[in-house]
Design a protein around this ligand. Structure first.
Ligand code: SF4
Ligand code: SF4
Length: 131
């Protein structure tokens, strides 16, 4: 079966990924001692924690392999991707930056479940009002 993700790395360029406190805690716990929270996270204008970009890409993107250096403990939002929530349309949508969205969530029930979980994550862990 064809891999869903082609590791193009596009989703990790100029990332605007929001992090929950749990995401930060998990990353901190697994990083080695010479990388601190201030190296990978900042508070954005909406007072949400957000992944930092370094030279146009997420600090954790391996530019050579185009893979995530913290894949095992990557943030929740990166796990839902390419499914994102459009606040204005009030619905889950596949992110148009990903060239493989047609391979993710082929099954409609999987898509519904993922969307439900994404909304729960946004409400419970990021305190976002989405409805
Ligand atoms: S944490 Fe990993 S998957 Fe998420 S944006 Fe950074 S490099 Fe990409
Ligand atoms: S943009 Fe899509 S295909 Fe490319 S690395 Fe991200 S999830 Fe994989």
């Amino acid at each position: 079966m064809k891999n869903k993700c082609e590791n193009c790395g596009k989703c990790c360029l100029e990332t605007e990924m929001i992090l929950s406190s749990e995401d930060i805690e998990l990353i901190n716990k697994n990083l080695n001692d010479n990388i601190g929270e201030g190296d990978f996270v900042f508070k954005n204008n909406n007072k949400h924690f957000q992944l930092k970009n370094i030279e146009g890409h997420c600090k954790f993107l391996d530019l050579f392999s185009k893979k995530c250096k913290i894949y095992e403990f990557r943030p929740q939002g990166c796990r839902f991707y390419p499914l994102i929530y459009d606040i204005n349309k009030k619905k889950c949508i596949p992110d148009e930056d990903c060239p493989r969205t047609n391979l993710f969530y082929i099954n409609i029930q999987d898509l519904k479940n993922a969307c439900q979980n994404l909304k729960i994550f946004l409400e419970k862990q990021l305190n976002m009002k989405i409805n």
